[in-house]
Design a protein around this ligand. Structure first.
Ligand code: GLN
Length: 448
């Protein structure tokens, strides 16, 4: 914990990964744990961790990087994942910056500050879990938690050269994760190595009666088969993932990775996910629709800062929302409200649900013959701060290779697979069958 705060003092004014630091409490907790070290049962005992600021932490400010929650200083409960980490005696160092309500791909939608990519401070760390990835890459914490609705763990992990897993939908409890798009949101671990990632996942998984979408499945030991190697593993490489729009450098790194998998005894073949090209359109209809419903609770009464000087109740709602939400959040609420409104519902929302099923079936079909799907995490490495902020559609395109995974509910990891010519990390994405995180980890470990 000392090392963690020393490093934070050294680099945080440049990286700006944290929205809230909890130094006094963390040091106190660490002191207490010092006395119990001999009885430590978990590898995570005493480990400093950072938590994305859309995960509720009892007594510790939780803002979702929104002005609307700037006064949410004293949450009354811990998210299930935070409670589980506490049982393992990790030490929470602070809360990490993100795009407001997890909407974005660069952390520039935070209403507080820009987080910078530790590899080159002129570049974005990715998003929405940009603070979570940057803090791990800058060695401010050993691990962090992020959340991934359309790529928000894997894309920043790729941009910052760290390891990030989006677990199977339902594997990790969403209780205490501020909801963005409930049918897609998953919390997951961001770490420096695959092995660390497996240990952190182990600590946060499991059925939770507080989340009705939490899966009641048997939990494997994720580190048990980690070192088994990839001999005989069959890998599918979607041609859409190495096609138009993906930079030559990224393609070359992924091809190098495939060569390495071959040398390690796996085989690969080209496959197709034909509906993945509709992923972005489908995602932005569904995720925005769900967001428009989920964010209705932020009205200045039940949650959020209340606008002053309103004449009546309706004005008070309107003013609170107008002042509290940033531009991107408003854009999503409007899009979602439109897509769900009568007369448009069938044409947009319902159609998007049908295409979601087709995307899911694409994955199921490939997984009949292959153990894993491998491709890039993102079409390009990180871009410069400010470069894509004027054009939401260009920003949305960052997630073209990660979104289909959320729509299908399957797990996916991003891990580093080389550097671009300007010295920025490139991410390799490994996608598995539902609840088959062990095979993903095995392949990622063998590659790493
Ligand atoms: N970038 C995507 C979006 O803006 C994904 C965000 C996420 O996964 N939370 O919605």
């Amino acid at each position: 914990v000392d090392a963690s705060y020393n490093r934070i003092n050294e680099v945080e004014d440049q990286v700006k990964a944290f929205l809230t630091l909890d130094e006094e409490n963390a040091r106190k907790q660490a002191k207490e744990l010092d006395g119990k070290l001999s009885a430590a049962e978990s590898l995570l005992f005493g480990m400093p961790i950072g938590i994305k600021d859309n995960i509720v932490t009892k007594g510790l400010r939780t803002t979702c990087a929104s002005q609307f929650l700037s006064n949410f200083n004293d949450p009354l409960y811990d998210a299930t994942v935070v409670q589980k980490l506490q049982e393992k005696n990790t030490v929470t160092i602070g809360k990490l910056n993100m795009d407001e309500f997890a909407m974005g791909s660069s952390t520039e939608n935070s209403s507080y500050q820009n987080t910078r990519n530790p590899w080159n401070l002129d570049y974005v760390p990715g998003g929405s879990s940009g603070g979570s990835a940057a803090a791990v890459a800058a060695e401010e914490v050993f691990f962090s938690l992020g959340s991934d609705t359309g790529g928000s763990i894997r894309q920043p992990a790729a941009y910052c050269g760290v390891v990030g897993l989006k677990p199977t939908y339902g594997l990790v409890s969403r209780f205490g994760l501020v909801a963005f798009a409930s049918s897609l949101d998953q919390i997951g671990p961001i770490t420096r190595s695959v092995e660390d990632n497996a240990h952190l996942l182990q600590a946060i998984v499991g059925h939770d009666k507080m989340d009705s979408t939490s899966a009641n499945v048997e939990i494997p030991d994720y580190s048990e088969s980690l070192k088994d190697g990839v001999k005989g593993l069959r890998i599918g490489v979607p041609k859409e993932y190495l096609g138009e729009g993906v930079s030559e450098e990224v393609k070359a790194s992924v091809k190098e990775a495939l060569k390495k998998f071959e040398e390690l005894g796996a085989t690969w073949e080209e496959v197709s996910l034909p509906h993945s090209k509709y992923g972005i359109a489908t995602y932005y209809l569904l995720a925005s629709s769900e967001a428009s419903a989920n964010l209705a609770r932020f009205d200045g009464v039940r949650y959020g800062v209340r606008a002053e000087n309103s004449d009546n109740m309706i004005d008070m709602f309107k003013n609170s929302r107008a002042q509290g939400f940033g531009e991107e959040v408003k854009r999503r609420i409007m899009l979602g409200t439109f897509a769900l409104s009568s007369g448009y519902y069938d044409a947009y929302y319902k159609k998007a649900q049908k295409v979601r099923t087709l995307i899911k079936q694409d994955f199921e079909k490939v997984f009949e013959d292959y153990d894993l799907i491998v491709g890039p995490t993102t079409p390009t490495p990180a871009f410069k701060i400010g470069e894509e902020t004027d054009d939401p559609l260009t920003m949305y395109a960052n997630d073209i290779l990660t979104i289909p995974v959320n729509l299908a509910g399957v797990p996916g990891i991003s891990l580093p697979c080389g550097l671009s010519s300007n010295g920025l990390p490139i991410g390799l994405q490994i996608i598995g069958k539902h609840f088959d995180e062990p095979t993903i980890y095995k392949a990622a470990y063998a590659y790493e």
